[in-house]
Design a binder for this molecule. Structure first.
Ligand code: GLN
Length: 202
């Protein structure tokens, strides 16, 4: 058994504590990241749910944006949940004109895609991912993926009332993103998949 991988959790805003607990449960060593130096030596980085416009502003204010983008471009494995998915997207719909993302995922993401009437809900993922039986996903003011580039793998979706599907989990290389919050609900399989991805990349 190799040493526990050090996995950062971007700790500017959002549900940092829940990701720290989930990573610990998966055998990783979590490290809150607020400063550029805290990116050094990471096997992976989790970008938590919260409010993407706030995470964007704070990343710029803390001079974290540029080194973080550089680390992602250099191949740092990252997992974005909800607002974190928004931050990894190359393109946004329904976002303020001045909102910036870190990017890296060749997807178009629509913010608050499930509307005000359904602020939060739970649904089973449809695809058999992650392996090991049905996964109950928690959605809170969630985004959805409305467009994917050719290198993006759709991992999971949930049904829409009109019979179409909302794409809610994707992977491209070392980047994983979910529109839902796997850190809530106590099922560690998504974090375990990300820790395995980070180990394999290292
Ligand atoms: N709607 C939020 C945003 O745009 C994301 C919500 C969440 O992370 N739970 O950032």
């Amino acid at each position: 058994m190799t040493a526990a991988p050090v996995v950062g959790v971007l700790a500017l805003q959002g549900d940092v504590r829940e990701h720290v607990a989930a990573l610990t449960a998966c055998g990783a060593l979590p490290r809150p990241v607020r400063r550029p130096a805290e990116l050094d030596g990471l096997a992976g980085l989790v970008i938590p749910g919260g409010e993407s416009t706030t995470i964007d502003k704070l990343a710029r204010a803390f001079d974290l944006r540029e080194p973080l983008v550089a680390a992602l471009r250099a191949g740092l494995p990252a997992f974005g949940s909800c607002a974190g998915m928004i931050m990894l997207a190359d393109r946004l719909v329904d976002a303020p004109a001045d909102q910036q993302t870190f990017g890296g995922l060749d997807v178009t993401v629509r913010r608050n895609a499930f509307g005000r009437q359904t602020d939060s809900f739970e649904a089973d993922l449809d695809s058999g991912w992650p392996a090991g039986g049905a996964f109950r996903a928690v959605f809170i003011r969630a985004p959805e993926v409305v467009g994917c580039g050719p290198d993006v793998e759709v991992l999971a979706s949930v049904p829409r009332p009109d019979g179409a599907r909302h794409v809610v989990a994707v992977r491209q290389g070392n980047l994983l993103a979910t529109a839902f919050h796997p850190e809530m609900g106590g099922d560690p399989r998504v974090h375990a998949a990300f820790v395995a991805l980070a180990r394999a990349a290292g």
